[in-house]
Design a protein around this ligand. Structure first.
Ligand code: GAR
Length: 205
């Protein structure tokens, strides 16, 4: 059983997709809490509505980024968390955080990595002129959106697309693959082999 924290900064639609999947599909995941780096974030309100303990952990309270990362890791560990899903968490977490949860941090990113890492991935895709974009669930390493890829889903990019219309099309796919990737992790079906993530056959026992 994974002891999971979901970290989110904004609207929290991926957070909701994960919570619903955990509940509806009865995943072997103990959802410990949701944490946001923003007070008043919509994700906190949604977590409350879904009866998930929700906390704010504000960067303003820490003079340095590394201190925030360290304190957040310690807070999660003290609550028994062993696995973290970043769901629109718009802060880069440093190496001391990543090292605290080895191979146990997932992220969703709205592009087909390694294309368009970082902020505003959908805008980057439109400006570059790609005809296909999508989303990626990956393990988090110490780089920017650079960890081993678990799952990707593609969508077309149309000439008429705006950042909003493309973001919406990608978001629908995010809500499909993030819960699937979490399910695979929870069922011990992901094996990291260098840069590659191998999906293991389901154990039928
Ligand atoms: C999602 O599109 C997610 O992929 C993106 O932020 C959005 C959050 O939406 N994340 C990043 O860009 C991370 N670099 P949500 O709050 O509704 O899940």
């Amino acid at each position: 059983m994974l002891n999971l924290a979901i970290l989110a900064s904004g609207r929290g639609s991926n957070m909701v997709a994960l919570i619903e999947a955990i509940r509806d599909r009865n995943l072997p995941v103990n959802l410990v809490m949701v944490v946001s780096d923003q007070s008043n974030a919509l994700c906190l309100q949604k977590a409350n509505e879904l009866n998930v303990p929700a906390y704010t952990f504000l960067p303003e309270h820490y003079p340095q980024r590394t201190q925030y990362d360290q304190a957040l890791a310690e807070f999660l560990k003290a609550k028994g968390v062993d696995t973290v899903c970043l769901a629109g968490f718009m802060r880069l977490l440093g190496s001391n955080f990543v090292k605290a949860f080895p191979e146990r941090i997932l992220n969703i990113h709205p592009s087909l990595l390694p294309a368009f890492p970082g902020l505003h991935a959908q805008k980057q895709a439109i400006e570059y002129g790609v005809k296909i974009s999508g989303c990626t669930v990956h393990f988090v390493d110490e780089g920017l959106d650079s960890g081993p890829i678990i799952m990707q889903k593609a969508v077309p990019v149309y000439d008429s697309d705006t950042v909003d219309s493309l973001s919406e099309r990608i978001l629908q796919k995010e809500h499909e693959i993030y819960p699937l990737a979490l399910e695979l992790l929870a069922k011990n079906r992901l094996k990291i082999d260098g840069r590659k993530v191998v999906i293991l056959e389901e154990n039928k026992d």
